[in-house]
Design a protein around this ligand. Structure first.
Ligand SMILES: [Zn+2]
Ligand SMILES: [Zn+2]
Length: 348
């Protein structure tokens, strides 16, 4: 076993505290990663607070991980000591079902293994990236292209792939009108990707205060959803709406913004059920959809796309000791646009 220092949740309500997680010994197909950077995702907080189901404490969260390979198992072929790599929201899947075999491990029919708070194949609870080291099967470790700055790489592994995958699936590109709802960690990546793919991009955000940022990230248009006139003005406009907001919305109002054959795809979700009026779907043959992260092959494609187009997330680097303050700021929507923990500061 390998002891890794960590910042750990001991209950749903206590602040995170320094602790230790035990990683399994490096198996034949495993890679030991020394973590350098860990992004803070809203899911980390939802999970620890118990919003999404039962939690085994102590729990170390974090599924936006960038680090360096420091050891590989005897049968590892895809990674070498010294490689810069990333680990995202999955650390395993069954590898046998139809979806796994077609490279869509995120839709594993037996359920993929989450990077934290899931039962690993050795029966232990997985522990995430707010930690100095992690041991992961090589299939779920992604080599980082040299062109991606190390300290900005981590958020690509969740916020990046979560928005890239639906934009690709629903063919965001030239001639397509794409709206992004919410300009946070996920939303700002969606804007950068959709713009680079060649779509005409609109940001729909509650207030006008992020307009400058949105335009700088590549948005062509910006509308405040707090203004009811926005919904009249934009009726029947978009081919695709990517909803990154996890608070409940008036979904019918947003559906009415879709043009013929348009789709609203949700990548954030409120815990409660959401009402949708079927007659709103009948008009314009609209679709109401969901999407979760992306497969390993597609994540590789996303990283290459970022390298090719110079796409990086906007990050604010923090020390490990400031993680509780950062969580509060995430809850207050006071982050532009992703916190990244400098894991070297865990040693202090
Ligand atoms: Zn996440
Ligand atoms: Zn599977």
């Amino acid at each position: 076993m390998i002891s890794a220092r960590a910042y750990t949740a001991i209950s749903a309500t206590d602040p995170l505290v320094p602790g230790v997680v035990e990683r399994r010994a490096v198996g034949p197909k495993d890679v030991l990663v020394e973590i350098a950077w860990a992004g803070i995702c809203h899911s980390d907080i939802h999970t620890v607070r118990g919003d999404w189901g039962p939690v085994t404490y102590p729990l170390t969260v974090g599924h936006e991980i960038a680090g360096t390979v420091v050891q590989v198992g005897a049968e590892v072929t895809g990674h070498a000591v010294g490689d810069r790599v990333g680990v995202g929201c999955m650390v395993d899947s069954c590898r046998e079902c139809a979806n796994c075999r077609s490279g869509r491990e995120q839709y594993c029919l037996r359920g993929f293994t989450d990077t934290f708070n899931a039962i690993d194949r050795d029966g232990r609870v997985t522990q995430g990236g707010y930690s100095t080291h992690i041991v992961v099967d090589e299939h779920f470790v992604l080599r980082l292209p040299d062109a991606i700055p190390f300290q900005k790489a981590a958020p690509l592994l969740c916020a990046g792939i979560t928005t890239y995958s639906p934009l690709r699936h629903w063919n965001a590109g030239p001639g397509k009108k794409v709206a992004v709802v919410g300009l946070g960690g996920l939303g700002h990546m969606a804007v950068k990707f959709a713009h680079a793919m060649g779509a005409e991009v609109t940001v729909l955000s509650q207030s006008p205060r992020k307009r400058e940022d949105a335009l700088r990230f590549g948005a062509d248009h910006y509308h405040a959803t707090g203004d009811p006139a926005t919904f009249e003005r934009l009726a029947n406009t978009f081919d695709l709406i990517v909803n990154t907001v996890s608070a409940p919305l008036d979904f019918d109002a947003y559906l009415k913004l879709l043009a013929l054959d348009g789709t609203i795809v949700n990548v954030g979700a409120p815990p409660e059920q959401v009402p949708v009026t079927l007659f709103t779907l009948f008009a314009n043959r609209r679709s109401f959809a969901g999407s979760t992260i992306g497969g390993i092959a597609e994540t590789r494609e996303m990283l290459d796309f970022c390298a090719e187009h110079g796409i990086t997330p906007e990050v604010e680097v923090i020390r490990a000791a400031d993680v509780n303050k950062a969580w509060q700021r995430v809850l207050d929507a006071d982050v532009r646009y992703r916190f990244v923990i400098d894991i070297a500061t865990l040693a202090d």
